[in-house]
Design a protein around this ligand. Structure first.
Ligand code: SF4
Length: 490
């Protein structure tokens, strides 16, 4: 599809909405649409007069041209509000012009953001009741009733946890970007041990140095660590001695006396051993994530996981025996070879195990994916819808409730990822990170630290180098970004 922007430069807004609605199309920007153009096209036009901005979208799809128009007063708006208003006008008009051509509207309506619950929280904090916020999501953004209910539940959980965050409370993320092998769908920066195993020791050396420097900054700034999340990659790719070294560096340098939650992603069952689990418990880790993604051996083989469903059962049992009473399990809807029935079997098996948390992800289509992949993912739309719907019913019937959710930019069918939990077992870190409730300092390659000003919601970021080798080479500069975040006035 060819698209133009006339009277504005909100390229991202136009592209994001078109991709949201038409995930299989390839978008090409043009300066103008030629008369007699036979390809599908979209013109997004913005004009402004007498303090009013007017957006118009004219879209040709499958030979039919449709138009939509919307306007808003912009005269007295502050720059940020002005930008937000015209962006919304542009997106809404594209949405309204395209949706009549679709077999059915998307479940998230015109919402494209990754944090729907944060938007709902904003509405509630600005004075709406939860009911009014739900009506706004449904009527203004056309969000489906089921997604509206999910969003309001997640917003309510975040608002409850927010009350438990003091002005000096922060959380830590530690990244271990190594895995035993690469899953076919993986979009994370993670290297296999075959490729980069030789980097693990120097990486740990650098990480221990960063831990020491960050802990000194945290002390100097008078901050208190409220939760720690070690993710990846797969942290349990480290052997038990390496794990013990990392955990002891954290414990030795940070004051964990106010810690309310300590999580380690033990993602791949093929990396989990009783010795590693014992090392985690000995260091005070209380929560682990064991991620089957599917409990169907054929699906696991198709996505390049080098473990079976039986390995997941063994790892889960070992984690319980090691004393973990907070276990999360991740699954993904939309994997190669999975069906609505086999996905339902996976969910039923996990419910039978009774972990405290089950996180249901939707497969992300990478932006660079070829057309065949995109078309295949779009064709999966109904299947993924049934998978998610079935999982939601089964989980609710088994006593789980949704506690956080987020959307990735490019997920099959524009769906979402939802964390489900048994009562009072929500993962604090997941909520605080996703809802941007507090400052999070991220250590390790690819770490993105965020300073959150709680009073205003203002966020500043500091990025670590993305890849392990770059990270190791930047060892002496890693504290600089975090110092700027913790001491913005220096
Ligand atoms: S275990 Fe996770 S991080 Fe590692 S390759 Fe698979 S999806 Fe990527």
């Amino acid at each position: 599809m060819i698209y133009t922007m006339e009277g504005h430069a909100l390229k991202h807004a136009v592209e994001e909405m078109l991709f949201h609605l038409l995930p299989t199309v390839t978008l090409t920007h043009a300066d103008a649409i030629g008369a007699g153009e036979t390809d599908d096209w979209c013109r997004s036009i913005l004009t402004e007069a007498d303090g009013q901005a007017q957006a118009r979208a004219v879209v040709r799809l499958d030979g039919t041209v449709r138009e939509s128009e919307s306007r808003a007063a912009v005269e007295s708006l502050a720059p940020l509000d002005y930008k937000r208003t015209i962006t919304e006008l542009v997106k809404t008009t594209v949405y309204d012009a395209v949706v009549p051509a679709l077999p059915e509207p998307p479940v998230w309506g015109s919402l494209t953001g990754v944090r729907p619950a944060k938007l709902a929280r904003g509405l509630i904090e600005r004075g709406m009741s939860r009911g009014e916020a739900a009506v706004h999501l449904r009527e203004h953004f056309h969000v489906s009733p089921a997604r509206t209910a999910l969003t309001i539940r997640a917003a309510a959980t975040a608002m409850e946890l927010d009350k438990e965050i003091g002005p000096d409370d922060i959380s830590l993320y530690v990244g271990i970007p190594f895995c035993p092998s690469r899953c076919y769908y993986c979009s994370f920066v993670s290297s296999t041990t075959a490729q980069s195993g030789h980097l693990i020791e120097p990486y740990l050396d650098t990480l221990c140095g960063e831990i020491e420097q960050t802990a000194a900054l945290v002390r100097e700034a008078g901050k208190r660590v409220q939760s720690v999340y070690i993710g990846g990659g797969t942290p349990t790719t480290l052997d038990e001695n390496q794990l013990a070294r990392l955990l002891s560096a954290l414990e030795k340098n940070f004051d964990f006396s106010h810690l309310r939650e300590y999580t380690v992603e033990a993602g791949r069952p093929d990396t989990i051993t009783p010795q590693k689990l014992a090392a985690l418990r000995a260091a005070g880790v209380g929560r682990v994530s064991i991620n089957p993604q599917s409990m169907e051996d054929a699906v696991l083989a198709a996505i390049g996981r080098r473990h079976s469903a039986g390995d997941v059962l063994r790892a889960y049992d070992e984690a319980r025996q090691a004393g973990f009473d907070a276990i999360n399990m991740d699954v993904i809807a939309g994997l190669t070879g999975d069906t609505a029935d086999s996905f339902a079997r996976t969910i039923d098996t996990l419910i039978g195990l009774a972990p405290e948390n089950i996180t249901v992800h939707t497969l992300a289509i990478k932006r660079g994916a070829d057309l065949t992949d995109k078309a295949a993912a779009a064709a999966q739309h109904d299947t993924v819808f049934r998978m998610l719907d079935g999982a939601a019913h089964a989980l609710q019937n088994a006593g789980y409730g949704p506690y956080y959710l987020y959307r990735q930019k490019f997920t099959a069918g524009g769906f979402e990822n939802v964390g489900w939990c048994k009562p009072d077992t929500e993962c604090f870190y997941n909520v605080t990170m996703m809802e941007e409730l507090q400052t999070i300092l991220s250590l390790g390659a690819g770490g993105v630290s965020k300073r959150v000003e709680r009073a205003t919601g203002w966020i500043e970021r500091a990025n670590n180098p993305k890849y392990p080798l770059e990270y190791i080479r930047a060892a002496d500069r890693l504290a600089n970004g975090k110092r700027k975040l913790l001491f913005p006035k220096q």
